[in-house]
Design a protein around this ligand. Structure first.
Ligand SMILES: Nc1nc2c(c(=O)[nH]1)N[C@H]1C(S)=C(S)[C@@H](COP(=O)(O)O)O[C@H]1N2
Ligand SMILES: [Mo]
Length: 267
């Protein structure tokens, strides 16, 4: 016996078309109204301190935990030859960079809990430490990226040289994370821009305190005299014009976190 596989032809009457049109309109209207309702209900949910609905912030916090577990100092961002670097990289973000700034009298202020203004470090002091060059793909959350060439001191070398970053006051020991201050906060001299970083990311070998770009003095618009470069995170964390560096037991304030972004901004 053979079955007839072809679909049965059907006479579609005008009445049917009308009925279906009506049905489609009704369904779409209800769907539209209810999603608007859901959206409104979602917006009405209690906000966390950081301007996001609590469930959104919970999801972001969960993702950050997963990222922290996956983080490793052995994972390096890809690097490139110097010729690949942009000659005049894009300038993005001017928060905390007023024109009135005086670079010649600048010093880096280092603070530890209970002892603010513990240490001031001049640019010369920093330039005496071993220099590291890094050519990598800089990524901004706004959706652009470009290969840039920065030069400076490894953050970890700086901490080693000044015996900073531990609660015991001893030199940082990679095998004793319990002794590290868990966070470092960086701020521009005027406090107009600020980021918080976890110590594991600060100790990553490609995290640099930079005073050079393309082999010459860093321009003010790119963060002179000293800027952070942290290739394991989006550009938002690479603070330009560091004024102070503060070790902390709690998450330091963070400019874009306060405006609803994830805290860790890791790639
Ligand atoms: N002081 C300060 N640093 C900052 C910003 C800022 O607004 N102010 N913007 C950040 C963002 S979002 C990006 S993408 C990079 C851009 O660095 P560039 O201007 O050197 O390309 O700087 C970061 N550091
Ligand atoms: Mo950015």
């Amino acid at each position: 016996m053979k079955e007839n596989n072809s679909l049965p032809t059907q006479q579609v009457t005008e009445q049917k078309i009308k009925r279906r049109t009506f049905l489609a309109f009704t369904v779409f209207t209800i769907a539209g109204i209810s999603s608007l309702g859901l959206w409104k209900a979602f917006r009405a949910l209690p906000k966390t301190a950081k301007g996001l609905a609590a469930p959104t912030r919970r999801i972001l916090a969960f993702n950050e935990k997963v990222n922290a577990q996956l983080f490793s100092n052995q994972h390096l961002a890809p690097t490139y030859p110097p010729e690949a670097a942009a000659r005049a990289p894009r300038v993005n973000g001017r928060a905390g960079l007023p024109k009135t700034f005086e670079p010649l009298t600048w010093q880096l202020q280092v603070n530890v809990p209970g002892n603010p203004q513990m240490l001031s470090v001049s640019l010369r002091d920093i330039q005496r430490l071993p220099k590291t060059d890094l050519i990598f793909d800089f990524k901004c959350i706004e959706g652009w990226n470009q290969i840039v060439h920065y030069g400076g001191v490894k953050f970890s070398d700086f901490l080693q040289a000044y015996q900073l970053g531990t609660q015991s006051g001893k030199a940082i020991d990679p095998d004793r994370p319990g002794d590290w201050y868990p966070y470092v906060g960086l701020e521009t001299p005027d406090g107009g821009y600020y980021v918080g970083l976890d110590m594991a990311s600060v100790l990553h070998p490609q995290t640099l305190l930079c005073y050079e770009m393309n082999g010459t003095t860093l321009a003010l618009k790119h963060g002179a005299p000293l800027r952070l470069i942290i290739p394991t995170k989006y550009g938002v964390k690479s603070l330009k014009r560091i004024g102070s560096l503060t070790f902390s037991l709690v998450q330091p304030r963070d400019y874009w976190y306060e405006r609803g972004y994830v805290y860790d901004a890791s790639l």
